[in-house]
Ligand binder design. Structure first.
Ligand code: GLN
Length: 257
């Protein structure tokens, strides 16, 4: 048993400490005696190389429009088929902000350019430039009932039903209301996907998209453990001493937007 994390586009997509998510997954798995291998997947990684890495967890971070434009061509030309296959087969993945946006139908950037997305998630994202303010601040959300009622989550969750994080995005994401593409969470305070409909992120098969930085897993260890256990098809994980992280999570719930 080994956690093989495919860490995509570290050089282009890594905002507000997003790389910390990979460190946290590694730390929490190794604390349980689970070996971890972090495989860097960049602009030069070919589909043949990816095919033999036995990836069972994908992480992609956020990035500014410029970073998204840098990796976009490569995403479409050499990663699309791998990602579609991986996600549709039920692989586990976490996609934050800039990468989350590119897995939808399209992202219209601040300068009006249209980046066609992978279309794996059924949503579109639009940046309204100066016409709407950026979505910046602390956010608190309530995790989707789909996760809250999952017996695996019920077993490993020692923290409650919230996610906390920090968001900073100009793009606003609008999910198709189709039930298949449930949001990851309901916004209690903050903006989430668009600041209008109360949704945050997306949940599709075993993949999550989210606008939460922080990095998200540093303040939400229940989510980190859920992803680890899902990736390794475990039924439970031994608890860790999360005294400090629990204090951080609880303090964030009280933070102002
Ligand atoms: N460039 C995107 C936006 O501003 C993503 C930003 C991010 O990843 N934080 O919407």
């Amino acid at each position: 048993m080994k956690l093989n994390i495919g860490y995509f586009y570290k050089d282009q997509l890594n905002l507000y400490g997003d790389n910390g998510n990979v460190e946290i997954l590694q730390y929490r798995a190794e604390k349980r005696g689970i070996p971890v291998d972090v495989k860097q997947i960049g602009i030069n990684t070919t589909s043949d190389q990816m095919a033999v890495l036995n990836i069972n967890m994908i992480f992609m971070g956020g990035g500014p429009d410029s970073g998204q434009k840098e990796m976009y061509e490569d995403l479409i030309s050499s990663k699309k088929n791998f990602l579609m296959d991986y996600i549709n087969r039920g692989g586990v993945g976490l996609f934050i902000c800039g990468s989350y946006q590119l897995l939808g139908k399209y992202y219209q950037t601040a300068d009006g350019s249209l980046l066609e997305g992978l279309g794996i998630f059924d949503f579109y994202t639009k940046h309204f430039g100066n016409h709407k303010p950026r979505c910046i601040g602390n956010a608190v959300c309530e995790i989707s009932p789909r996760i809250l009622s999952d017996p695996l989550f019920l077993k490993i969750n020692g923290l409650g039903g919230n996610l906390v994080g920090f968001e900073n995005h100009g793009g606003r994401t609008y999910l198709n209301k189709d039930n298949k593409y449930a949001p990851l969470a309901k916004v209690l305070s903050g903006y989430g996907n668009n600041g209008e409909d109360g949704t945050e992120g997306v949940l599709f098969k075993n993949c999550l998209g989210s606008y939460l930085h922080g990095p998200i897993l540093s303040k939400n260890p229940h989510l980190a453990d859920y992803l680890i256990a899902k990736a390794l098809k475990l039924e439970d994980l031994p608890p860790l001493d999360d005294t400090l992280i629990t204090l951080a999570h609880t303090a964030c719930i009280k933070l102002k937007k």
